[in-house]
Design a protein around this ligand. Structure first.
Ligand SMILES: [Zn+2]
Length: 226
């Protein structure tokens, strides 16, 4: 429904788009995926490293957090992104997962490692985790200032015509490896949100006037057919 800089499936309600259009976009998406009308469990994203359970973030009082830990049978969960990386950590047996919002601050704080540790507390070994880093801004477009660059190791910084760029997906992958996730179990979406045509909203490219994507996770109960 959304038009102009928000075209077309903007799911972000606080981004300046027509609220009615956003609601209708969400309804269409819920219907397409079979998500109940009340929508997925969400959090108030604050660029930190806190990860909560669905019960800790009720719709009437969203938790300030950047990750949600779920077990099979829990409600759908979602994080909102436009350049920041959505990261899904899923136990190979489908019993538990974590969905994370990892911009540079949460990446610096190693939210991905925090997710691995919380899954470990539920009995999931790092070797049993499959990780997916979704579309986000890549080093081709993520020019950063010295105040950001100094927070990351040299390996994660790439030359850029304008200075130095941060390789955000690589930084997240390295944090996952440090936490024990096998490198072969980490999938990085190849798309850069900023320069992959008009397929993605990009906060950086569009100077803040843009929509939001959602990344979603739902683990069916083992008795449900999926
Ligand atoms: Zn790019």
């Amino acid at each position: 429904m959304s038009r102009g800089p928000y075209a077309s499936l903007n799911l972000g309600q606080a981004a300046g788009d027509d609220p009615g259009h956003v609601l209708r976009n969400r309804t269409r998406m819920f219907q397409a995926l079979g998500i109940p009308e009340q929508g997925p469990v969400r959090v108030r994203q604050v660029h930190g490293t806190r990860i909560v359970t669905p019960a800790e973030s009720p719709a009437e009082a969203l938790a300030e957090a950047d990750g949600i830990l779920v077990r099979a049978g829990d409600p759908w969960v979602a994080v909102s992104v436009a350049d920041c990386a959505p990261v899904a950590l899923v136990a190979r047996d489908g019993s538990h997962a974590a969905l994370l919002h990892s911009g540079w601050r949460a990446t610096r704080g190693k939210i991905a490692g925090a997710g691995v540790r919380m899954l470990a507390e539920r009995g999931i070994r790092a070797s049993e985790i499959a990780a997916s880093i979704g579309p986000c801004i890549h080093a081709c477009c993520y020019l950063v200032g010295p105040e950001v660059a100094r927070e990351f190791s040299k390996e994660l910084l790439k030359p850029h015509p304008g200075g130095v760029a941060l390789d955000l997906p690589l930084a997240i992958a390295r944090a996952l490896e440090e936490a024990g996730v096998d490198v072969s179990a980490i999938t990085v979406a190849p798309e850069c949100t900023s320069c992959t045509g008009s397929a993605f909203y990009s906060h950086r490219r569009d100077r803040g006037v843009t929509g939001r994507h959602w990344a979603l996770v739902h683990l069916a109960r083992s008795s449900e057919s999926t």
